[in-house]
Design a protein around this ligand. Structure first.
Ligand code: SF4
Length: 512
């Protein structure tokens, strides 16, 4: 057995930890327990969907490449299923879990249907707390507004905690274009930033990476030993590389999980405390808040805090639930309330409840398609089931394939803590996209032909009978060719001797 890699802080491997996961005599932490041991030649990381301007994202193609990397696929699937199982255990520990979900859903629906009132109440109360409130219609306005605040303060560097809203706004690339350095403080998000890749999950942004991938990124960017993929070594090296940047940053930025209208305050939940660093180390703090994050009263927070971390990571609460009430002494706190398509989505009868989302990621963790294809295969800010219903609201053409990347099994809706009918909305998007001719021509022709066949029982039964004979007798190369997407990854099942229809006629049908 090879010598374990040198540790910066060997005490992290204390042997008396009863919860330690040991495999092959080595202690693994939670994150790496699901990943495979190192090989001498690590499997290269599959990259995400190929994005070409406004052309429809080919999620299936990118998913095919992810599946073709078995170590990544297995690790990803196991790691996310582990989160799903932890979520289930936490859920079973709370007798009133279903009531909590209903309450959370009702609070969100009430707020969204009175959003104008609560936003104005939040603005008034936040302003009286000394917070400077700004409004941004879209991503461009958000980026320019934040840039203006930074410019007014002569800020050249910004430390930032994870925020999907800023991903949505293309914030980092905008800041790079105006010469402001952005340093992500969430470990997973920092890994993704250094790798010049988007987050693949709303809660665990680098979950698609093996630790050997991280070792590769860090060796290229912060000079770690490329052969050392020990997670403690990597985390510490990153911490030591980033802390000096954090300490000298000119400004800090956070997102927001919940903004409370009655108090004009907001809450950020993290497990690394990095939002607190971003907000409290520099004197200037800017928070970007999507307008759907408003909740009416402080007491409502308890409902969401109980649901959020349990649904996301299967832990009772996040390590840090930080309340921001106003600027620190001698500092400034700016809040940017961002619309970026949300008002429009609020007006979509079938899709407005997607605004209830609290970005817990539970629907992603349970989705069989997401778990086996990786978040980057969706080629969009939001992936997994929630992405399938949000992304087309940004660009119907570009994301027209995404609602088809689902089995419609409904597991996403079952785990959603705010009871969004996700699978029904996915199905509704398919209809809307077909009606608006946003699906590819080949798919439209196939669907039309299938529709014709399925609406004529006699023709359908004749086709099934012919297919059964063909499957039993045709040579393999005729069945397994480029046109048979099903057969690309699996064997076509043997047709049963008797169809269900024939069985039913023989056993339950009307006796003639
Ligand atoms: S849709 Fe529901 S389950 Fe999915 S991220 Fe949002 S709140 Fe969580």
């Amino acid at each position: 057995m090879s010598t374990p890699p040198a540790m910066l802080h060997p005490e992290l491997l204390a042997q008396d930890d009863a919860n330690a996961i040991i495999r092959d005599g080595r202690r693994l932490d939670h994150a790496e327990a699901a990943s495979k041991p190192l090989r001498s030649r690590p499997e290269p990381q599959p990259r995400g969907a190929r994005v070409h301007g406004n052309r429809p994202i080919d999620q299936a193609e990118a998913a095919g490449r992810f599946i073709a990397a078995p170590e990544h696929e297995k690790m990803h699937d196991e790691r996310l299923w582990d989160l799903r199982q932890k979520r289930d255990r936490e859920m079973h520990g709370i007798a009133e879990w279903e009531q909590l979900r209903s309450l959370a859903s009702a609070i969100k629906e009430h707020t969204l249907t009175h959003l104008d009132q609560y936003l104005e109440q939040f603005e008034a109360n936040a302003t009286s707390n000394g917070i400077q409130v700004h409004w941004a219609r879209d991503a461009a306005e958000h980026n320019q507004l934040v840039h203006g605040i930074l410019r007014d303060h002569g800020a050249k560097s910004l430390i930032k905690s994870k925020s999907m809203l800023t991903e949505e706004c293309g914030f980092r690339s905008y800041m790079a274009s105006v010469g402001i350095e952005v340093i992500e403080t969430d470990l997973g998000e920092r890994i993704q930033q250094l790798d010049n890749e988007d987050p693949s999950h709303v809660v665990v942004p680098a979950v698609h990476k093996l630790r050997t991938d991280v070792a590769d990124v860090f060796s290229r960017t912060i000079g770690t030993d490329p052969g050392n993929s020990d997670v403690h070594y990597l985390a510490e090296a990153q911490r030591e590389a980033t802390r000096p940047l954090i300490l000298k940053a000119d400004a800090g930025m956070t997102g927001c999980n919940f903004a409370v209208a009655e108090t004009g305050t907001f809450v950020v939940c993290t497990n690394e405390g990095n939002a607190d660093l971003s907000a409290n180390v520099p004197k200037l703090h800017i928070a970007s808040i999507g307008i759907e994050k408003i909740i009416p009263r402080l007491e409502h927070l308890a409902v969401f805090v109980r649901l959020l971390s349990r649904s996301a990571l299967g832990s009772p609460v996040t390590q840090y639930t930080s309340h921001f009430r106003g600027p620190r002494a001698g500092g400034e706190l700016h809040v940017v309330l961002v619309d970026n398509g949300r008002s429009e989505r609020l007006g979509l009868e079938e899709f407005w409840t997607s605004l209830k989302c609290i970005r817990c990621g539970a629907c992603m963790n349970t989705c069989p398609v997401y778990r086996r294809s990786g978040g980057l295969s969706y080629g969009a800010t939001y992936s997994g089931p929630i992405g399938l219903i949000i992304d087309p609201t940004f660009n119907q053409r570009k994301y027209s394939n995404l609602p088809f990347a689902s089995t419609l099994n409904g597991s996403c809706s079952n785990v959603c803590p705010v009871k969004i009918n996700i699978h029904e909305q996915i199905y509704a998007w398919r209809r809307v996209l077909v009606e608006r001719h946003e699906t590819p021509l080949a798919k439209r022709i196939e669907m039309k032909a299938a529709g014709e066949l399925l609406s004529r029982p006699a023709a359908y039964r004749a086709a099934i009978a012919a297919a059964d004979v063909a499957l039993a007798h045709l040579p393999r190369f005729v069945i397994y060719n480029g046109l048979n997407a099903w057969g690309r990854h699996r064997e076509v099942p043997h047709p049963p001797k008797q169809t269900f229809h024939n069985w039913y006629q023989a056993n339950r049908g009307e006796k003639k």
